[in-house]
Each structure stands twice: as structure tokens, then as C-alpha cells.
Design a protein around this ligand. Structure first.
Ligand SMILES: [Zn+2]
Ligand SMILES: [Zn+2]
Length: 347
């Protein structure tokens, strides 16, 4: 018999030292709940305020209720193997009653407990919605083209880039990088934005996708909340020539593959050889491959191809091109040179 064995001073059960686990559990306040917690949200966009900071909610409401209820539950640091069950009901739109059940172990013994947490939902307009509803903006992006009006395709690209930029910056947590409006004007598109960050970003993306360049014109408009407020106009000039244009230079047809400030990267539509041109080399533009027509190949004979003109249904002869496999009876894409009454194979 082990005469060193100790006993619990309170209940007399065997214990290693001091109180036995059962008496330690009985002595420990292991579960404390806050009966009521208040959470602030924006009724317009569902953003949530934590402390002074607003953030977009990335979770389901039920998950949020669970999180809030759990945040009201405080467990003793010796509690282990915690499992929590949540049941909630909403007696009014501004109240959620949550029953929280806790199963755990403490000093090696199973323990369980329960508590009630009331969540109070308080509405407040968030920073972003108050800026938007107050007409606040920091920039206007004016999308225009050089010596021509911008076309439907460019309008569409500009608008969809603005929307994508807003989505990706918002997802990255830049709440105030919003797009206030996208307005079609006679000469182009005006995009009104909530921050200079998104203004710069959209301007770079649009010129990246459509060529051209932009200049920025800041203007001091006053002070807001103790800081000077600038509004910036981002003036985008899309190039005269666009990607996909079919142009004539030195009696040859070229398709423009990319446009930058100095050069046009082109594709020789007769030989398939890539080349670089300057704008000054170009004598005229006959169309764009986006507007290409489809023509059926009536026959092939050596280097000559007979194409059925989709407008007149007459057969026109053109030279074969080495960069494209052509089969009789199959359609190919052509752009029409109205001036020389020719069809130009583009793919
Ligand atoms: Zn004991
Ligand atoms: Zn909001």
C-alpha cells in the first residue's frame, strides 16, 4: 500500500495534490457569457462596423450570428475540447436571440453549460454609402479618341474594365474605390470614381487594352474632414488606329495587332510576316477585323482562290495566302476594300 497517496482536503477522494478534479471544477467559473452584444451594420450594403472600421461582409448571415454569439462567450483558459452548438431565433428584425450550448472538458472531466446571448442589430450608413449618396467623388476618367469618335466596342471595353476594376479593388478591401457612374457622352465615355487610386487603375487598364495614353489634371476643390480634397481628371486619348484595323501602307494590306505610343505592330495579310509601322506610313484604313464578312471559297486553283462575294454573290478572284489553309466550300473571313472593290483575306 502506497502510504504517500494524497486525499482531497474537501471531499476526501484520492487526489494527486490539492483539490480533486471534481472539486476544482466545482470551484472554477469556467463559462461566462455577455448577455447582450450590439453589432452595427449598413442597411444599404450590409457592411459591418467593428470598432471604428467598416468592412464588407464576406460571410452568410447564419455564420455571422454564430461568430457574434461565440464572441460573447468567454471560457476559462483550462477548458479543453470545446464544442459549441448554436440555436437562434429572431423575434424582431433588430434582435436575434441565440442559445449557445457548450460541451468541453476541464481538468480531465466532461463539463457542459449553456447561455443566452441577445444580438442587437443597429443600422448606420457606412462610409462608402454615405459618400455615394452624398455625391462624393475624386476623379473623372474621360475616354476619348484621337480625331474620331470612340466606337461601340471601345465604349463596351471601357465600361467593363471600370466594373472589373471596382470589383477587384473592393474585393481587395479598398472600400472607397467605387465607381459612381459610367456616362455615355457624345464623344466618348465619362467614368466618375470615388478614389484617385481607382481612377489611376482604370486609366492604366483602358490604355493597356485599347492603346493610347492618358494625362492627369488635378484640381484643388477644397477641404473635407481636415484634409485637402483634389479632384483629378484622367484624360484618355485612344489612338486613331485600333487593334484589328486593316490598313493600307505602300500598296499592301496590314492588320494592326497592337498599338503603342510610337509604333504599330502589324501583320502583313499577303505574306503573314509581322512588321512594325509608323502612323505616317499608313495611307488609309479599310475596316476592322471585328466587322469582317464571311465568304465561301468557290474554288482554289494554284495561287488563285475564287471567293463568293457575300454581298453580290459574284465570284471574285484573290491571291492565296501562305498563312492560312483554305478549303473549297468552307467559309473564310474577309474585309472589304470599298475603294479598290477588293476582298482582303483576314482569317
Ligand atoms: Zn474533492
Ligand atoms: Zn453601405
Amino acid at each position: 500500500m502506497d502510504i504517500q497517496k494524497a486525499f482531497c482536503p474537501r471531499c476526501g477522494e484520492p487526489a494527486e495534490e490539492g483539490l480533486c478534479p471534481r472539486c476544482r471544477v466545482a470551484d472554477t467559473e469556467w463559462l461566462v457569457c455577455e448577455p447582450r452584444i450590439t453589432t452595427i451594420y449598413c442597411p444599404t450594403c450590409d457592411s459591418q462596423k467593428r470598432g471604428k472600421t467598416w468592412s464588407d461582409l464576406q460571410m452568410e448571415r447564419s455564420e455571422l450570428i454564430g461568430d457574434l454569439a461565440v464572441s460573447a462567450v468567454h471560457l476559462h483558459e483550462d477548458v479543453r475540447n470545446v464544442s459549441i452548438t448554436i440555436r437562434s431565433e429572431e423575434p424582431t428584425p433588430n434582435r436575434t436571440n441565440v442559445s449557445v450550448g457548450i460541451d468541453a472538458t476541464l481538468y480531465g472531466l466532461p463539463v457542459s453549460g449553456a447561455c443566452q446571448v441577445e444580438i442587437v442589430w443597429q443600422r448606420e450608413q457606412c462610409d462608402r454609402c454615405s459618400r455615394i449618396s452624398g455625391g462624393y467623388y475624386e476623379g473623372i476618367i474621360q475616354v476619348r479618341a484621337t480625331d474620331r469618335k470612340i466606337n461601340a466596342y471601345e465604349r463596351e471595353v471601357a465600361a467593363s474594365i471600370a466594373q472589373q476594376a471596382e470589383d477587384s479593388l473592393q474585393e481587395g478591401g479598398e472600400r472607397l474605390s467605387f465607381v459612381t457612374s459610367i456616362d455615355e457622352t457624345r464623344d466618348g465615355v465619362d467614368i466618375v470614381v470615388g478614389s484617385q487610386r481607382i481612377g489611376q487603375y482604370i486609366s492604366q487598364m483602358i490604355t493597356g487594352a485599347l492603346g493610347g495614353r492618358f494625362t492627369t489634371h488635378p484640381k484643388l476643390v477644397g477641404e473635407k474632414d481636415g484634409r485637402t480634397l483634389y479632384r483629378v481628371t484622367y484624360s484618355i486619348r485612344l489612338p486613331f488606329y485600333q487593334k484589328g484595323d486593316v490598313v493600307v501602307a505602300g500598296k499592301r494590306y496590314y492588320e494592326i495587332r497592337s498599338v503603342d505610343t510610337q509604333h504599330l505592330s502589324v501583320f502583313d495579310l499577303a505574306t503573314g510576316i509581322p512588321k512594325t509601322l509608323r502612323e505616317a506610313d499608313i495611307t488609309r484604313r479599310i475596316g476592322n477585323i471585328r466587322d469582317a464578312e464571311s465568304a465561301i471559297v468557290a474554288f482554289t486553283q494554284g495561287n488563285t482562290i475564287g471567293l463568293l462575294d457575300p454581298k453580290t454573290y459574284q465570284t471574285r478572284e484573290v491571291n492565296a495566302v501562305p498563312w492560312l489553309d483554305i478549303a473549297e466550300g468552307a467559309p473564310i473571313r474577309v474585309v472589304r476594300d470599298e475603294e479598290l472593290e477588293q476582298l482582303v483575306i483576314v482569317g
